[in-house]
Design a protein around this ligand. Structure first.
Ligand SMILES: C[S@@+](CC[C@H](N)C(=O)[O-])C[C@H]1O[C@@H](n2cnc3c(N)ncnc32)[C@H](O)[C@@H]1O
Length: 264
């Protein structure tokens, strides 16, 4: 998923990047994407990289930190971490709540030494409360960053009950009530936050997301059943993915939004 987002954003070709890139990565989970990005940066072709990660969950932050430390240690690159990669626990949806250390680290991403500055939100922005707007505005206005994300949006022409079912699902997942937007509403929101309407790409990749996830969860459940282990919660999630796949009431999309170039 990360590799595909980076490709759509035009940041990698042949698994390497030559640009100097600054990334604000929100909701980085247990750090799979942090480590993958660090490995990409450590590639010999890299010129310059700075990464600030912000996640809500302290346990996940610690897990990510440990994995990152191990990766950099194995590559004999611990110095890179001190200067270029910082992980924080905070609410990325509320930039006004950040303490000085986070604010300074994020501000430093705006350094014009980086030819590209990006906000990355991989499978997390639909959780953001009150909405995605504060982090989009912060990225656009404070660090002049483009946006790349994997996100969920409402399908085309959902029935009233489908929309209601999706909103209820969001409620159960502790997402804001109005978190799922249509593609048009999503574009409007990006434009309102400072992104160029003519330079927004929303690519539907549902075919490669929901059925695979549903199948994976079913296979895990079946494999563990003989041992008396039940993944009831995950099976329910699998059925929801299966429903998404059949109805496309929600679509899984890669979003890339760019700032207007200063000369425009
Ligand atoms: C579905 S997980 C995805 C994790 C990771 N990006 C990945 O793809 O493996 C969503 C993540 O978003 C984080 N998250 C949710 N709301 C957040 C917020 N307001 N600020 C920062 N992180 C948040 C959660 O802690 C969780 O790690």
């Amino acid at each position: 998923m990360l590799a595909n987002i980076l490709k759509v954003a035009g940041l990698v070709s042949n698994n390497s990047t030559e640009n100097s890139v600054a990334v604000l990565d929100v909701g980085f989970g247990c750090g799979d994407q942090t480590v993958a990005l660090a490995e990409l940066i450590l590639a010999p072709s890299r010129s310059q990289f700075r990464y600030v990660g912000v996640t809500l969950n302290e346990t996940q932050r610690q897990a990510a930190q440990q994995r990152l430390d191990a990766t950099l240690l194995a590559a004999d690159k611990r110095d890179v971490e001190n200067t270029s990669i910082k992980l924080f626990q905070a609410d990325a949806a509320k930039p006004e709540s950040w303490d000085k250390a986070i604010t300074t680290a994020v501000d430093n991403l705006s350094d014009k030494a980086f030819s590209e500055r990006w906000l990355l939100g991989l499978d997390c922005l639909y959780h953001f409360s009150p909405s995605r707007k504060p982090i989009f505005k912060h990225a656009s206005q404070k660090i002049d960053a483009n946006v790349m994300a994997f996100d969920l949006i409402l399908g085309d022409n959902p029935s009233l009950w489908q929309t209601l079912a999706v909103r209820l699902l969001g409620f159960v997942l502790l997402c804001p009530w109005q978190t799922f937007l249509t593609e048009a509403q999503y574009r409007d929101q990006l434009v309102e936050c400072g992104y160029d309407r003519g330079d927004i790409e929303i690519r539907d990749i549902s075919d490669h997301v929901f059925a695979g996830l549903a199948g994976f969860l079913q296979r895990q459940d079946a494999a563990l059943k003989p041992y008396g282990i039940s993944l009831t919660g995950y099976s329910a999630v699998g059925r929801v993915y299966d429903w998404f796949d059949r109805t496309r009431v929600l679509k899984g999309v890669i979003v890339v939004g760019r700032k207007k170039s200063k000369s425009q």
